[in-house]
Design a protein around this ligand. Structure first.
Ligand code: C5P
Length: 228
């Protein structure tokens, strides 16, 4: 990466599977540090939703790559929430659905889609710093990040967390169904040829099974040089 002001801006990457807590932890860590935040999964979900609106075939990589270039994605803070605006529509609620996650996971396996999203993700690196969460933040998008974290949790606990989150939002789901979908998505994300889900060699791995949010946040913040 060239030595630009962006390249000297500190980055913390927080990768992990669905339901590992990375979204919640990353947002809090970014707030505590006063850094920007990138939810890279929302970009893949947004492309999935836009492809659905356009009735595109998830087996047509050419159409999906065009859709990736054509889709406008914006983030808007609303109280404690980060709203996602896709082609001018607030798509936050639709993005949260497991169908959007599954579409995102299928689309994310297409190398040209990943390549098309690279620069968009790197553009979030602005002073004073960035916390970026996803699957390949530490391995591919920000390999030079000073702090890399990989969060895990048992599949049962991850399904349980997603279940509670979705229930709170009034979405009707079953725990069994969610567990099956999460396991299928994990397998696809971990086994794809390009940017598979795995910890960077220099990542600190934290198993959040049985842990509340606060201890994980403290553990992650303790990795930031000069914090505290
Ligand atoms: O993190 P989230 O569950 O929102 O991500 C949805 C899907 O997008 C993941 O299952 C994964 O396939 C894909 N994704 C990815 N690389 C990222 C972030 C998400 O492949 N950096």
């Amino acid at each position: 990466m060239p030595d630009t002001p962006a390249a000297s801006t500190p980055v913390m990457t927080i990768d992990g599977p669905s339901g590992s807590g990375k979204g919640t932890i990353s947002r809090i860590v970014a707030q505590r540090l006063g850094w920007h935040y990138l939810d890279s999964g929302a970009l893949y979900r947004a492309i999935g939703v836009a492809a659905g609106w356009a009735d595109l075939d998830l087996d047509d990589p050419g159409a999906l790559v065009r859709c990736t270039f054509d889709t406008e994605i914006g983030f808007r803070e609303q109280g404690d929430e980060l709203r996602v605006v896709v082609n001018g529509h607030d798509a936050t609620d639709e993005l949260r659905m497991e169908t959007a996650g599954a579409a995102a996971s299928a689309i994310a396996a297409i190398p040209a889609v990943r390549a098309a999203l690279k620069d968009r993700q790197r553009a979030f690196r602005k002073p004073p710093g960035l916390v970026a969460d996803g699957r390949d933040m530490g391995t591919v998008i920000f390999p030079d990040a000073g702090c890399k974290v990989f969060l895990t949790a048992s599949a049962d606990e991850r399904a349980d967390r997603r279940y509670k989150q979705l229930k709170d939002k009034g979405v009707s789901v079953t725990l069994d169904g969610l567990l099956r979908e999460i396991l299928a998505r994990d397998a696809r994300d971990a086994n794809r040829a390009v940017a598979p889900l795995r910890p960077a060699e220099d990542a600190v791995c934290i198993d959040t099974t049985g842990l509340g949010i606060d201890p994980v946040v403290e553990c992650v913040l303790a990795l930031v040089p000069g914090y505290g």
